[in-house]
Design a protein around this ligand. Structure first.
Ligand SMILES: Cc1cc2nc3c(=O)[nH]c(=O)nc-3n(C[C@H](O)[C@H](O)[C@H](O)COP(=O)(O)OP(=O)(O)OC[C@H]3O[C@@H](n4cnc5c(N)ncnc54)[C@H](O)[C@@H]3O)c2cc1C
Length: 386
């Protein structure tokens, strides 16, 4: 099989090169051969989380004293890229939501006691994280959430619902956004809470059947008279919107990385296919239009990749990157959709048949221009900053 890869960026350290090698081997040996079954079952075995946890890949960004690796944003990029290359978007999503999008809230804002309680097990892949922001009436418009948190003698009581929550069925640690101040304007009255799976007030209302990302579980959750201690509040009361937005920066960087990894894999599948597929007396690859098309898609993917690494570097340097990361989320995820649909076209009817990798990749790519900040919302963030 053809291996299509980009040149390693100069930024990558020896440590990150090793991370990439080990991840690539694990993906090839332990994910790709089995993930079709997980797609059918809608569940990823816990062993995958445990394996990656044991190898140190689920806590690379988190503090060393709590079982993490203490690495910077480039580590998240390498993880996202290599999981994206698996060609199973649902697997990549479940793992990165855990490592980079949910548990990250505890690493960033948790007290020493909260970090001690949750991070070592999360970094080890023993406990799986979910982040619960979206509600039926409030997705892009995060400030519009209605889940309510009220003070009680013991701490807090949460009532409301959440929807489209990745790892929501099989997760263990839920980071939940709720309104603590109904009078505060828009985004100012939101706070974040840590909810454990066995809390009797937390109910999985349903597991969604999805167009793509089928191996990952996606839940609707009810929070019904959900009682929490005072120590479940994450960070400061009323700062939840700010916390969500700042963690979104990493989520969007990882979405960019997953997209460029998936682009490389789709191009790889298509190089193979067009080189062996004969039509009109020669390989498809020998048609200049076909070659040009793939070269153009590869160029766009390479540009998205360079920008991903540039954004990671800017974050590492502590720069304000809201504009650039919003550009990246929009550009890389739209580019992935262009790449997978261009590659599917070159697979002909084969690309339309369920079970072919490019067909799955086209379905999986679709959510990336919607979830974690739809393209239009991202471009609005860019426009505001032009
Ligand atoms: C498989 C899956 C997994 C998910 N995982 C999680 C999770 O783990 N945790 C979580 O909290 N959420 C999760 N989500 C929710 C996801 O982040 C939201 O679906 C996303 O934010 C969009 O919100 P919405 O679906 O309510 O669409 P809406 O906000 O209703 O928007 C619909 C469409 O309108 C357009 N639009 C919206 N706002 C604007 C605007 N201002 N200007 C122009 N156009 C606009 C966009 O095209 C957008 O796609 C997940 C969703 C899916 C499908």
């Amino acid at each position: 099989m053809t291996e299509f890869d980009f040149n390693e960026p100069e930024l990558a350290s020896d440590e990150l090169r090793l991370v990439r090698q080990q991840l690539r081997r694990y993906v090839a040996e332990a994910i790709v051969p089995h993930a079709e079954v997980w797609e059918r079952e809608g569940e990823i075995p816990r062993q995958v989380f445990r394996d990656l946890g044991r190898m140190g890949f689920l806590g690379m960004r988190h503090p060393v004293e709590y079982g993490g690796g203490g690495l910077g944003p480039l580590a998240s990029v390498v993880l996202g890229e290599e999981l994206g290359r698996s060609s199973f978007g649902g697997v990549a999503a479940a793992l990165t939501v855990h490592s980079d999008m949910s548990i990250a809230h505890i690493a960033h804002r948790g007290t020493a006691a909260q970090k001690q309680r949750y991070l070592p097990a999360a970094c080890a892949g023993e406990k799986v994280g979910a982040v619960c922001v979206t509600e039926a009436h409030a997705g892009s418009d995060v400030a519009g959430i209605k889940t309510r948190a009220t003070r009680t003698a013991q701490g807090w009581r949460l009532d409301g619902s959440k929807t489209f929550i990745t790892n929501g069925v099989y997760g263990d640690i839920y980071i939940v956004a709720a309104k603590t101040d109904l009078q505060a304007k828009g985004s100012r009255g939101i706070s974040m809470f840590i909810v454990e799976k066995d809390n009797p007030g937390l109910k999985v209302a349903r597991k969604f059947d999805k167009h793509g990302w089928r191996a990952s579980d996606t839940a609707e959750l009810f929070l019904d008279d959900l009682q929490l201690g005072a120590d479940a509040l994450l960070g400061e009361e009323g700062k939840g919107f700010y916390y969500i937005m700042s963690t979104f920066q990493n989520e969007r960087l990882v979405a960019g990385a997953m997209s460029v990894g998936a682009c490389a894999k789709a191009i790889e599948f298509t190089l193979d296919y067009t080189r062996q597929r004969q039509a009109f007396g020669k390989a498809l690859w020998d048609q200049p239009v076909v070659r040009n098309k793939l070269a153009w898609l590869a160029a766009k993917a390479a540009a998205a990749r360079s920008f991903t690494y540039a954004c990671a570097q800017m974050i590492e340097e502590g720069k304000d990157t809201v504009r650039e990361v919003s550009m990246l989320k929009a550009y890389a995820c739209e580019t992935l959709n262009e790449v997978v649909h261009g590659c599917l076209q070159l697979h002909g009817g084969t690309g339309f048949i369920t079970g072919t990798p490019i067909e799955r990749m086209a379905r999986d790519a679709r959510i990336l221009t919607i979830g974690g900040g739809a393209t239009e919302v991202m471009l609005e963030e860019v426009a505001k900053r032009l």
